[in-house]
Structures are given as C-alpha cells and as structure tokens.
Design a protein around this ligand. Sequence first.
Ligand code: SAM
Length: 223
Amino acid sequence: MHGDPRPGESGALQRYYDDFADHYVPGWRTLEHYGPLVADFLLRTVTPQCRVLDVGCGPGQLTRDLAPDVAVTGIDLSPRMLAAARAGRPGGRYELHDFHEALPRAWERFDVVVAVGCLEFCRDLDATLRNLADACAPGAWLLVGVVEDRSSGVRGRSRRAFSQDGLPGVDMNSYDATAQLAAVTAAGLSPTSYRFVPAWRHEEYSYVVRYGLWELRKDAPHR
Ligand SMILES: C[S@@+](CC[C@H](N)C(=O)[O-])C[C@H]1O[C@@H](n2cnc3c(N)ncnc32)[C@H](O)[C@@H]1O
C-alpha cells in the first residue's frame, strides 16, 4: 500500500479525513455514543500481549489507551489520520489499507478486532467481513458496527449521501439486519450478541445514526 491519492470514492474519503484529522479528536466525545460500548468490549476481550486490529482506526482513539504490552495495529485510508494515531500510540503499528481489500497474509493473525465508526463507508459487507475473518486467529473476538437504517424500508444495502456539504460523491451505506446476518454467516463468524444501538449524531441531517452492533467469534472453540 502507498500514500498516493486514491481514485473515486476512496480518494474523496482519503482527502476528507486527511483534512479532518486535526479536528476529529477534540470533537469526538460530544459526537459519539458508541465509545463506551467499544471500551466495554475491549475490557472483556483484551488479554495481556494479545494482538488487536483497529479497522478504520482514524486517529486511533478507540484502542490507543490499551495496555502497552498489547500489540495494536490500525488500518485506515487517510495518511494524516494514521499519523495522528502513531503520535497517540508510538508503539502501535498503523498501516494504509482499505478494508475492502484482503489484509496481507504476511501480517500476524489478530485476537481482537474492532470495526466500529467506519463501516458507514463499506460498499461490500460480505467481502469486508470475509477479509476481517481471514485476518483472525482461531477463537478471536470481533466487534462490528454496521449502519442499520430501519426507516428506509429498503432490503439489503441502502445508501444516502454521507454529507451534502463536505463529502460529495461518498455514500453512507446501511444494511438491513438480514443482510448483516448473511454477511456474518458467510464469513464463517459466529454471533454471540447483536444489539440495535444509537451510534452517533449526524449534525448535518439532525438524526441519530444507528448500528447493528455485533459481537462475533471466529472458530469459537467447541464446548
Ligand atoms: C469517523 S472516522 C472513525 C475512526 C474510529 N474508528 C472511531 O470510531 O473513532 C472513520 C475512519 O474510517 C476511515 N475509512 C473510511 N473508509 C475506509 C476504508 N475503506 N478502509 C479503511 N479505512 C476507512 C476514514 O479514513 C476515517 O479515518
């Protein structure tokens, strides 16, 4: 992967989040409802020296404060977000990578995966969850937040402009619960919980974006 501007929607996203990087962290606590849910998941699943993958990590704040002996890898499209993440956790590894693409086989397998606050931009949930499942060690835990817009009445995937102001040409992608479950199952992941939760407030559109929030297990050991 390299830092050259990307074509199409990914390029627009990269530019948007590059511009946004310096302002994102200060605004985050007032914006997000999902931070405490992620923190609770990490408290229950992260063990000493385990390997954590932070997908669409942005400036890395969801996993930045994990214990120093935890190996955190963050992936993101935005070089400036990755730079902010590195500054916040110098011992972490932060790589330019699009979650629509398979993670390099040469990387380690992960014990804990967080993909929250980024699948808004996921154009192919089946492929993305397959990529994440392939990156997991047996018994890994995943927390995945997928935008679920029950008001749209659309089956499967639905889309709307992410922002009329700042981000022309980029969609916010929602998936109904049936499509989410199908993608989870096709990726070979076992759900241990599913909740429909408020995620963050979209100030421009004055509504709360809601997630289907999944806790998933890769190859859960037989009881
Ligand atoms: C709203 S920020 C959230 C960051 C972090 N997950 C959090 O919840 O605080 C969304 C991040 O997802 C990244 N992103 C969007 N599409 C991506 C993709 N296809 N692959 C990797 N990262 C992506 C953006 O660059 C941005 O940094």
